[in-house]
Design a protein around this ligand. Structure first.
Ligand code: HEM
Length: 402
């Protein structure tokens, strides 16, 4: 017993030492705006760009003490086509009227096809948003720290369901239509991010590195964006899920519009998957690293399954899926234990499972684990997406208290 604790202490010590060594400098920005939806732009490093419009406005709302009243009013603003509630401060109303407009380059046909894609692929998307994107966010140091030290970090379960709302809204039938909710969710999130930029630097715990004194830069936004659609599409491709080119393009478009609505400048939003992959290779892959905050967040995320279903979504199984999707290095960073049975089952049987599900292999060749995997997909999709219906995203007024 004594030996085990000692070994544990020693391993923890070594790992913490390694964490310091792993924190890497932010790589230089050389991605050209020619590959963006705007097709041109000054090409400034988005590390030093935030949100010119929303940031001063929300800072002023916080300083004026207007946020409780604004949050109360905005709770009633739910649908994209709904008029803004009466009584909002005039400067906020003006901003929101502008911010809720879809960009001129929106292609409604593509958005309609994206809905179709989301309907067909909802099960995979639920698992991928939760376990690929969600877990990846814990090894994006800027994001892990911002989430941990902001108000929402103190109640991760609540925060995760709020974040899942965006994944749910973008994939829902009405998404950007007047009776959908995606525009509302994006505009509110834009306000939340602006509040975090004002609040976090005031936290005594905020360890903001030299290049993140103000959190959530446009570069951070793109990094997180790539942990979502870019990573999801890479996984679907790895798994050989057949996706018609038009649907893949439509899914990208729905996320391009989402990026714009979240306040990302068009000159940073990739115009194609090829451009997205090249930007991700430059800004996402090199920054992935463990942090003490991310390790704690990952542990909370992996424990969520038990709340919904103690049977099929237990922590070891979610951990094994994470290892399968993100690889041994990231699983190791997050201290996810190896699960010999599940790890080898996934390695051997996931490919044939997908092939059978997609009608590429006849059912008699389905792996033994077919129903288990299928049930897992359903339960995990429910956990990460469908639970997110009636949630209201609110502007925070404080940071994490400790
Ligand atoms: C809040 C989505 C990028 C940090 C939120 C919320 C959503 C969201 C839906 C509202 C949920 C809530 O109120 O808890 C997104 C999306 C992003 C993105 C789709 C990129 C495409 C980032 C980045 C960071 C970040 C890059 C940090 C580097 C935060 C924080 C909160 C938040 C700290 C507020 C938590 C709180 O105190 O309540 N985000 N986000 N987000 N986001 Fe993001």
């Amino acid at each position: 017993m004594g030996n085990i604790s000692r070994r544990k202490v020693l391993t923890t010590g070594t790992a913490l030492g390694a964490l310091g060594a792993l924190s890497v400098a932010t790589p230089a920005w050389s991605w050209s705006p020619a590959g963006s939806v705007a097709g041109a732009g000054p090409g400034a490093d988005p590390r030093w760009v935030w949100d010119d419009e929303a940031d001063p406005l929300v800072a002023s709302l916080l300083d004026r003490g207007d946020v409780p009243q604004v949050n109360a009013l905005l709770r009633t603003w739910k649908k994209n086509g709904q008029p803004l509630p009466d009584g909002l401060p005039a400067d906020l109303r003006d901003f929101m009227e502008r911010a809720r407009q879809l960009p001129a380059w929106t292609d409604q046909r593509k958005l309609a096809l994206a809905v179709e894609f989301n309907r067909k692929r909802g099960l995979y998307l639920g698992v991928l948003y939760g376990l690929a994107s969600g877990m990846m966010s814990t090894v994006i140091p800027h994001e892990a720290r911002a989430v941990y030290y902001s108000q929402g970090g103190a109640d991760m379960k609540d925060r995760i369901s709020k974040t899942a709302k965006l994944g749910y809204d973008i994939g829902s039938l009405k998404a950007y239509q007047p009776d959908g909710e995606m525009i509302v969710t994006c505009v509110k999130t834009r306000l939340v991010h602006a509040a975090v930029r004002h609040l976090l630097p005031q936290s005594p715990y905020w360890p903001g590195a030299a290049d993140e004194q103000i959190p959530i830069s446009q570069r951070d936004m793109m990094v997180t964006w790539h942990s979502l659609p870019t990573t999801v599409m890479q996984k679907l491709t790895d798994w050989r899920v057949p996706i018609p080119a038009a649907e893949s393009d439509a899914f990208l478009h729905s996320w391009q519009v989402g990026a714009h609505m979240l306040g990302i400048r068009d000159e940073y939003i990739p115009a194609s998957w090829a451009e997205a992959n090249s930007q991700a290779a430059q800004v996402l892959t090199p920054v992935l690293a463990p942090t003490p905050e991310g390790i704690k967040l990952a542990d909370i995320l992996l424990s969520l399954g038990a709340v919904v279903d103690a049977g099929i979504l237990t922590k070891p199984i979610l951990g094994s899926f994470t290892r399968f999707m993100l690889g041994d290095q990231i699983a190791g960073w997050l201290r996810i234990p190896r699960e010999p049975v599940w790890d080898s089952l996934l390695k051997v049987a996931w490919g044939p499972f997908i092939a059978v599900r997609e009608g590429l292999l006849p059912f008699p060749l389905a792996p033994q684990a077919y129903w288990l995997f299928d049930e897992f997909l359903r339960k995990a999709a429910l956990l990460f997406l469908s639970e997110a219906g009636p949630i209201s995203i609110e502007i925070p007024q404080t940071n994490r208290p400790s």
